[in-house]
Design a protein around this ligand. Structure first.
Ligand SMILES: Cc1cc2nc3c(=O)[nH]c(=O)nc-3n(C[C@H](O)[C@H](O)[C@H](O)COP(=O)(O)O)c2cc1C
Length: 203
């Protein structure tokens, strides 16, 4: 277990890094961050994400105009595009396989399928539900990345359609968000947060 103090230190270390110093993240550390994403929780265990790791400088340059021209895109070491498997998570073949791998009895499996079908049916948007799961993976990757000294910046500021076209993301999937990872070049900006009392209520 890691002490609370060390964890708190890394939470303060993490910030939305606006420009990176182009230093490469060692392969082992990058794979640690990706592994953190892979192990993240997801509703019904559907693992709604896949991770496209953009390392090619030319591709980053091509992406930047569709990302509000943000410097993080081209200065980071690794640009992780979190792609939501929107349609796949409700495709029977995929969802059945995700339940089957648990080694359930037939009865248990059928109960799961019924609950899952009813749950997804009452959702107002499969896409929004799926995107939310991707944000959990992103949050974990950024927080754990900070624990090993890696900076990041969540990026929602992008033009979805042209970026998906550039990356060849099909209509059955959606880019949830981009997360550039690397190392900061500038000192961290101050952290602004509402106070504990303003956001916590005990009942
Ligand atoms: C989902 C999401 C999308 C964001 N998109 C951008 C972005 O496109 N560009 C950017 O510079 N910061 C972006 N941010 C960073 C936020 O502005 C930042 O997290 C917030 O101001 C708090 O600052 P801190 O992360 O440095 O503590 C995004 C944050 C989140 C959670």
């Amino acid at each position: 277990m890691i002490g609370k103090e060390a964890l708190m230190e890394s939470l303060y270390f993490r910030h939305a890094c606006k420009i990176f110093d182009e230093k490469k993240i060692p392969k082992e550390d990058l794979e640690f961050v990706l592994e953190v994403g892979r192990l993240s929780p997801s509703s019904f265990g559907m693992e709604h994400w896949r991770f496209v790791v953009v390392q090619d400088a030319k591709l980053k340059i091509a992406m930047r105009p569709f990302c509000w021209d943000q410097k993080q895109i081209t200065t980071c070491s690794d640009l992780i595009v979190i792609v939501s498997k929107t349609d796949k998570v409700v495709a029977q073949e995929y969802s059945n396989a995700m339940f089957m791998r648990r080694g359930l009895t037939v009865e248990h499996f059928e109960n799961y399928i019924t609950r899952y079908t009813n749950f997804t049916y009452q959702l107002s948007s499969i896409k929004e539900w799926s995107l939310k799961q991707c944000y959990l993976a992103a949050a974990n990757m950024m927080s754990y990345g900070a624990m090993v000294g890696i900076d990041s910046c969540p990026i929602e500021g992008f033009e979805k359609e042209p970026l998906e076209e550039l990356l060849g993301i099909g209509h059955d999937e959606d880019i949830a968000l981009l997360v550039p990872f690397g190392y900061r070049i500038n000192p961290q900006t101050p952290k602004f947060r509402l106070s504990f009392e303003e956001i916590v209520e005990y009942r």
